[in-house]
Each structure stands twice: as C-alpha cells, then as structure tokens.
Design a protein around this ligand. Structure first.
Ligand SMILES: Nc1nc2c(ncn2[C@@H]2O[C@H](COP(=O)(O)OP(=O)(O)O)[C@@H](O)[C@H]2O)c(=O)[nH]1
Ligand SMILES: [Mg+2]
Ligand SMILES: [Zn+2]
Length: 294
C-alpha cells in the first residue's frame, strides 16, 4: 500500500497522486459506502492495486480540515480574491468570506485584483490599510497589467490553496497567468458555461509548476453561515477576538450589553465600524436562523 493525495474526484473515480508523482485512477473500497466513509479532493489516502490492474483507495487518513462548499480537505490557506472595480469592491461580502475562512482555521490572504481600474490610489490604500490593521495580508494585483504576480505566486508555493471570491473578479484569469497552458475559461465564456445545463462541476486541485496545489472555486454570490454559532462568531473577527474577555459581562455578545469593550474600541476608531456592522449583521442572521429552526 502506498500513500497518495486525491487531486480530482469525478463520478466515483478518484485520481490519486502517489509519492513518485504518478497519478492513478482509483475506486473506493465497497465497504466505504456502508461505513459512511467519504473521500474528498485533498484527502491523503492509502491506495493499493491488488490485481495489478485496478487501483483501490483502502483508507482515508485523518484530515486537518474540510471545506464543505466545494468539498476540499486539508486546506492550508484560502486566497480571497476581490476586485476593486467591475464588480465593485464589497466589504461586507469580503467579511462574509473572511468569517468562513477563519472558521476553517486556515491561513488567509486577501488579493485585491483589477487595480488598473481603481479611480484613485487612496481608495486602494485605505482598503489595504484596513485589512492590514485587522491582521490580514493583502496583495494588490492587476492580472491584465501583470502587476503583483510574483508576490501572488510566492504565497502559493508548496501549499494547498483554495481560490475563492465572487464571480467575475479575475480568479481564473490569475490562474491562467501563473500557469500558462491551463486555459481556464474566463469572463463571459465562463458565465455561459456555468449556466449551461451540460457542464459537470467537479472539484480539482491544480498542480502548480512551481510547487503547490490550488483549487479554483465557482464564483459565489452568497454564502451561508450555517455552521457558525453565535458564541463562535466573535472569535472569527480577529480584532474582536483580541479584545474578548474585556467586556463587563462574561459572555458579552457585543450587541446591547452595557460597558462593552468592543463598542468602546469602535468609538475610539480602533475597530472599524463597518466591521462591527458586519459582525452584528451576521449575529442577527445566525440567531434568526436558529430561532426559525426551533
Ligand atoms: N481590467 C481588468 N480586468 C480583469 C483583470 N483580471 C481579470 N479581468 C477580467 O475580468 C473578467 C472576469 O475574469 P474571470 O477570470 O473570468 O473571473 P472569475 O469569475 O473570478 O474567474 C474577464 O473579462 C477578465 O478579462 C484585471 O486585473 N483588470
Ligand atoms: Mg472563473
Ligand atoms: Zn462586549
């Protein structure tokens, strides 16, 4: 038996890259279904070819994390791509992606693409400063003018990364630039394909020539916060997490409670009000949903 990494899954077949670099097409052991064992892209598995023809996944090794949509295991980092224009930068949507990535407990890098379309440098700098202060690494990129490509490649080396972000921000364009020959569909063509009835959507880790693996994800316009509890939420905002425990009330949700440290920090402009607005909006959303389920 040898260890390998699942890099693609389609219709019951798993493509496993073995230690020697060879990729083999595998089936799962029949008992997996009975035992409710799933195999995901990103899983480290043990494979075997008993009859020296067909390969079989014999075991799934313990995963460090699992993203649900799209299903990918053992992610090292989420690369959140947003554009400054076309579509307009949406801080609330970015916060939603950030909270979900924090929940996965992976490294996070924000990439601001299409800086060639920015009206002014100041707007760009302000966004960058905001997320830097919270604690996030921010890369500014123009895929079209090939600005910021080398730092973008550098963060991907030898990691398993997931590229996420709204549709149309330039994710596929960026991948095509760092990996010529990939020829991912971009722009209108990809939109048409996405809406086509016969396009199968499968998850795949792309091997980068310079080392590392990356998964492109379909553009999301909306993401559910289903798996996050109201008590977890403050810990998914790094600036709120840093001040946890400093409020008057133990278990303060930083909403209507008096003597709330988070609100004080916001009044002193040490926490961005937009971020607090996102926090409250998400808190309400999560609480409403839970009430409706009761
Ligand atoms: N002006 C400008 N347009 C870009 C840039 N990057 C991508 N685009 C365009 O944005 C559109 C959507 O890109 P695409 O890669 O398909 O976005 P995706 O949906 O995130 O994969 C395409 O028409 C690209 O040519 C950029 O840096 N600047
Ligand atoms: Mg795309
Ligand atoms: Zn509080």
């Amino acid at each position: 038996m040898v260890e390998g990494l699942v890099i693609k899954a389609i219709g019951g077949f798993y493509y496993v890259k073995k230690g020697n670099g060879e990729v083999v097409e595998c089936r799962a052991r029949g008992r997996f279904r009975k035992e409710n064992i799933n195999i995901y892209v990103g899983d480290r598995v043990l494979v075997n070819n008993p009859d020296s023809k067909t390969w079989v996944v014999e075991a799934v090794l313990q995963r460090k994390n699992l993203m649900v949509r799209p299903p990918i295991a053992n992610i090292d980092q989420c690369i959140l791509v947003f554009s400054i224009k076309s579509p307009d930068f949406n801080p609330f949507l970015l916060d939603r992606f950030l909270v979900l990535a924090e929940h996965l407990q992976v490294n996070i890098v924000i990439c601001l693409n299409k800086i060639d379309l920015a009206d002014n440098k100041e707007e760009l700098e302000n966004i960058k400063e905001k997320y830097n202060k919270i604690g996030y690494k921010v890369l500014t990129i123009s895929a079209v003018e090939k600005i910021g490509i080398e730092p973008f490649k550098a963060i991907l080396i030898d990691k398993i990364s997931v590229l996420a972000g709204p549709s149309g921000v330039g994710k596929s364009t960026l991948l095509n630039i760092i990996q010529p020959g990939l020829s991912l569909k971009t722009g209108e063509l990809s939109e048409k394909l996405r809406k086509g009835r016969h396009t199968t959507r499968h998850v795949e880790l792309i091997e980068l020539e310079f080392g590392g693996l990356i998964a492109d994800t379909p553009g999301f316009s909306y993401l559910e916060l289903d798996d996050i509890s109201p008590d977890q939420l403050p810990y998914l905002f790094p600036e709120i997490k840093r001040a946890q425990g400093k409020c008057k009330f133990k278990g303060c949700r930083h909403f209507h409670e008096p003597d709330c440290e988070i609100k004080k920090l916001m009044d002193q402009c040490l926490i961005y009000s937009e971020r607090y607005e996102s926090y409250i909006a998400f808190l309400n959303e999560i609480c409403d949903k839970r009430r409706n389920l009761q």
